[in-house]
Design a protein around this ligand. Sequence first.
Ligand code: AHR
Length: 679
Amino acid sequence: MNEPNANRETDVRRTESAAGVCAIARAVTVGLVLCAGAAEPVTVLIDGAAPRVAVSPDLYGIFFEEINHAGEGGLYAEMVLNRDFEITSLPKGASWAGNLLRTKADWQERKWFGNELWGWKLLAEGGAKGAIKLVDDAPLNDVNPHSMRVTVRDASGRVGVVNDGFWGMNVQKGKWYDLSFFARTTNDTPFEVTAALESASGRECYGRATVPGVAGDWRQYRCSLLAGESDANARLSLTVTRVGALQLDVVSLFPRDTFKGRPNGLRPDLAQALADLKPAFVRFPGGAIVGGMNLDNRVQWKRSVGPIERRCGTVNLWGYWTSNGLGFHEYLQLCEDLGAAALWVCNPGFSDNYRHAEYAPPEKVGEFVQEALDALEYALGPTNSTWGAQRAANGHPEPFPLRYIEIGNEASTAVYRTNYLAFHEAIHSRYPALTIISNQRLRNAPVAMVDDHKYGDAASFFAAFDKYDAADRNGPKVYVGEYGCNRGVGQGNLLAALAEAAYLLGLERNSEVVRMASYAPLFFHVNDVAWPVNMIGFDSSRVAPRSSYYVQRMLAQNRPDEILQTTVEPVVAAKDAEVFAVAGLERKTGDVLVRVVNRSAHARAIRIKLQGVAPVRPSASVTTLWSADPTRENTVDEPDAVLPVCSEFGGAGSDFTYPVQPCSFTILRLRKAHHGIAE
Ligand code: AHR
């Protein structure tokens, strides 16, 4: 983030912000009301007889990175914070400098926990006495060296531990919650452990279950709790009835209701928001975290597969602990569940170059190449291969739909070329069908596709409507792996969404070159926002997609197969234009989709003239995202400040006028007339 990058248009500074969320928007049918205001008349000429551009079927995808608690405390449905008691672990090669983590290359991160048992508290009521301590004796296994010892000295009242989760646990009446934990004791007198879902004060209990016979060496225990009430700010307590000591590790609580019912699964409301985007692909796991603060801190996919107690978590460079419960397998499963192709980003042999990169020595780069090949084998290999067998053992014998691999993220250093060539040669020879994506336009190198990132203010996005018009049609294809209008747009307002709509229409009409695009970042927990503007806000119980989300959802629901030549008159340079329009044809219906952005504060009568296409019916369906105030934002408290609105329009034809709202993105679906006759 701190150095220039050839493929990055602007730099974005990290800022603290708070934002909100809530319900998934629903489109409602209302009559069209045109707001007052005058503006120059505009004509949109659509010529179906002129050469058409085939729209990339993979254009609209999503990009997931563990940032802003997108996964941990977010999409990943685990409810316990610091379940593995490893939150104090440092990446190898890093050390403490006061409250700062410092890498050898002198990158610094703030401390991400308040105390050694972050997330956990002693519970001692009614005269009970006890203590909790982080310990490293008799570890559960080699990747989980720490555990929590609970010592009870007086059990005359309620005594044990509580975990508040990620800013409260969302407990819903009538739903089941599955708890598992590992425990160890040094004597054989069994403990009876009572698990309860309760209010933040502990005064109300919503569900309880008891696990008897907790004694002896490490063993996993399980129970299920049925919630009798709803509370978005609940907590988990584990209490015992006698004095003594026990060690706890990997304490995990999941709602039984996960997306598609997957174990170790995802929060259904957040995953459904993704499904509604109908993404063609999912890029994961980052972003900057692919590189990490140093090489040990890179995303190491092998640490993120298998049973959760064998996964090794890490602090991430966005400032919080990640358990790796949402790992390589779960990402691939998400892709499959969304019907999307997987686009995996591998580490290129060095850590994030905006954070003082640590480079693998040249003779070690082969190990990083092998790490990538092993991942590909895990995703795609036969079940008799080493990693394909692991995939099958983890419950998925069939290959996953992985079609793309990107070598590194925003890697702008000179070393990239050498490493890229080594990765490319090894991957292409074994997996020739995969599309390999480069971070740089490397001359005289096999670059099929390059990842361009674009962040900036609204003006820069509107101006970029024609950015790829002049791009070399014979050069590498383009994947806009990250875009987001994030300057001067609050925490993600309507103006940002309109600017992105114009930009996306510009990408669509350049589909010969631009094959894919994904917004970044995807999610943010309103209580920990590391990046200024993001697409979908949430807290423990609410989801609030920003207007940017709705632009993408509108486009996803109205995807043409071919772009029709569209001219907006009077012709104005993109940077000065107030109206942007691109029309396309949906082959299966013959419908013409006219997408119009009106960035001005004036309503406009847009004359639409069609030629070279079959006649259309007078009745058109219309979806409009608009507000008279372009600074409006959806938040968790006001999730429906700006929502798409559906309506019917009765005056369509080959030459008609449609009144667009101020500050609006409108999609007109002009229905093909039956038998070529406009009824
Ligand atoms: O999207 C947030 C960050 O922006 C990504 O991690 C990185 O690739 C870019 O700098």
